[in-house]
Design a protein around this ligand. Structure first.
Ligand code: AGP
Length: 616
């Protein structure tokens, strides 16, 4: 996740771009840069670190006639590194070999390696390790006096999910932006036009916006905007007036960060999955140099160490790695691990899962395992975090910055990453037929779309449930197989933001004690998605209903059997049974959220909790 912005108008562009980037900094702040058309040249300044560093670099950079004619056209970027290390060469804007075409990019170009090889053979000189630079070079290779035409030809060659804004010195009054899946919105002022990843970037200057659809490109000039579809036809797009206040704007129009982050899950998943998988074949984890696949050679056991939500992702990982890669897996709560003198060493692959990469206990457990000779991977959302420095390799989730204390999008991206790891291990160990791997890759790549579909229709079914259970004193969650970690995560979400007492159990354990807790006032949330164990889950549902409990079941769309046995169902789209947790947990996030809101609580800042626990 990066933030991109472009401005073309009559006012000095530098301050407008910097102001806009400040509003986009939540999308990443590893490095930043801007390019400005100034004195007949393009002045480009980039800096590692947050925007303060870019501002400092700008104030000391040489100026081309800036005082007499301040630039009124420019593009800017704030980076969340995916391909390529955090350094100035990899910071945006990226530039073609001639220096005439500049671009800022958000997202991932999946086929960049092939394109890069071709462009190099044709004489392009690359200066970064990024996938984004191929867009600048490709644009230049297609350019013949028409930037919009070059963008259309470039789009036709790119695979992936991305949006970008391009600037060419030969057409200095024009910006052309394009979008495939990644977000892009245009701001329309009187004599000026803006384009950005999100509305807050230009809300201080205009509240009139046009949303760009996937596959479209847009030409921006001072005070005029032209949107074109894939065929090149001009598209009329409704002008929307935004009435958000500043605080709502910061949350992208959502009432809280947590809700915004729930709805951002498809984007993060696409970024985490798409360029690490090849449709019709397998998985590639050679991740911007941070992950050397030789770490996976000769592994005899996997040990997963994590806390809280990340631990639940690890539990799902155990099912996937055991089933697909046929390796034994231990999953441990990191805070317990170091105090039981664990047996760990060479031959073990230790995976520390931590969205922040800074959780004290996870770091301590990873260090202990490494000191005993295990090879250690950090699976984290935070590039350059302590976990990555303490590990032999890093596998990144690409959820973007998560501000809400309750983990949501980082959890589903952790699930995606553990599935990728499990599949890669299966490939290397030859434990799954190629056709099954291809099938699972296809299913994984389909998840972002399914998440979008699920979220588009989820609120009414969640609202119907919240109506009758929001004031319950106790909730019990249950599931079987991969439904168990989903139940644990749903239970944690509800207790941490609503302060309702909750518990979660494997459904088969109910008779061994927890069923004694149930009466007519107890909502029981059952994970009852399609799986070979569904009939057993239904039996467990009947047992709890016989004690008067009211059951809310998470089911697979189209299932008609579970509904007969429960008070309410919330459907999720069908997918492979092993991948179902990634969809099944989303209604539980929203259920917890809506209950907390109904109880008048602030889910972004639950009492007694901190986003990152850096003490023991
Ligand atoms: C979950 O909603 C919590 N925020 C918490 O359990 C969290 O997952 C845990 O503290 C681990 O954090 P980490 O992923 O940053 O290591």
């Amino acid at each position: 996740m990066c933030g991109i912005i472009g401005y073309v108008g009559a006012r000095p562009a530098e301050a407008i771009l910097l102001g806009g980037l400040r509003k986009l900094e939540y999308r990443g702040y590893d490095s930043a840069g801007i390019s400005l058309v100034e004195g007949g040249e393009i002045r480009s300044v980039r800096a590692v670190g947050n925007l303060d560093h870019l501002e400092a670099a700008l104030s000391s950079a040489p100026v081309n006639g800036r005082v007499a004619t301040p630039a009124t056209v420019g593009i800017g970027h704030t980076r969340w590194a995916t391909h390529g290390r955090v350094n100035e060469a990899n910071a945006h804007p990226h530039v073609d070999t001639s220096g005439r075409v500049h671009v800022v990019v958000n997202g991932i170009v999946e086929n960049y390696v092939k394109l890069r090889e071709r462009l190099i053979a044709d004489g392009a000189v690359f200066t970064s390790e990024t996938d984004a630079e191929v867009i600048a070079q490709l644009l230049a290779s297609h350019y013949n006096g028409d930037l919009a035409g070059a963008v259309a030809s470039t789009l036709a060659e790119l695979d992936g999910s991305f949006s970008f804004v391009a600037l060419c010195l030969d057409e200095p009054d024009l910006l052309v932006a394009a979008r495939r899946e990644s977000p892009l919105v245009v701001g329309c002022g009187a004599d000026e036009s803006f384009v950005a990843s999100a509305v807050p970037a230009f809300l201080a200057d205009t509240r009139s916006v046009r949303y760009i659809e996937s596959g479209e490109l847009v030409l921006l000039r001072a005070g005029s905007v032209e949107i074109r579809d894939r065929t090149g036809a001009v598209v009329e797009r409704e002008l929307v007036e935004i009435d958000w206040d500043d605080e709502t704007a910061e949350k992208g129009g959502f009432e809280t960060f947590m809700l915004k982050e729930i709805y951002e899950q498809a984007d993060g998943l696409a970024e985490t999955i798409n360029d690490r998988t090849v449709r019709g074949s397998g998985v590639d984890l050679a991740d911007e140099g941070a992950f050397d696949e030789s770490l996976l050679d000769g592994v005899q056991r996997v040990v997963i160490l994590a806390c809280g939500t990340a631990y639940h992702a690890g539990l799902v990982g155990r099912y996937a790695i055991e089933e697909w890669a046929r390796l034994p897996v231990d999953v441990d709560v990191a805070s317990e691990y170091q105090y039981r003198n664990p047996i760990v060493g060479p031959g073990d692959l230790v995976v520390g899962i931590s969205q922040s990469g800074e959780s004290f206990d996870t770091l301590a457990a990873m260090r202990l395992a490494r000191a005993r000779g295990a090879r250690v991977i950090a699976l984290t959302n935070s590039m350059g975090s302590q976990a990555t420095r303490d590990a032999d390799g890093a596998l990144y989730t690409r959820a973007g910055l998560e501000i809400g204390v309750a983990a949501t999008k980082t959890f589903t991206c952790q699930l995606a990453a553990v599935y990728l790891l499990a599949l890669r291990l299966a490939e290397l160990r030859d434990t799954l037929p190629a056709a099954r791997i291809a099938e699972l890759v296809l299913a994984l790549r389909g998840l972002p779309q399914l998440v979008d579909e699920l979220l588009a229709g989820l609120e009414p079914s969640v609202a119907a449930v919240v109506e009758w259970c929001w004031d319950a004193d106790f909730f019990l969650y249950m599931g079987r197989h991969v439904g168990v970690p989903v139940a644990l995560e749903g239970s944690l979400k509800l207790k941490e933001i609503s302060y309702i007492s909750t518990d979660a159990y494997p459904a088969g354990e109910m008779k061994h004690g927890p069923i004694a807790l149930l009466d007519e006032s107890t909502p029981v949330v059952a994970i009852a998605t399609d799986s070979p164990l569904l009939a057993k889950v239904i039996s467990n549902i009947q047992e709890v209903r016989a004690r008067g409990a009211k059951v809310i079941a998470i089911t697979t769309a189209g299932d008609t059997t579970v509904a007969q046995h429960v008070e309410a169902t919330i459907e999720v789209p069908a997918t492979d049974a092993m991948l179902a947790p990634l969809l099944a947990v989303i209604p539980l996030q929203l259920l917890a959220y809506r209950i907390a809101m109904r109880r008048g609580l602030n889910p972004d800042q639950p009492r007694n909790l901190a986003k990152t626990v850096t003490v023991e």
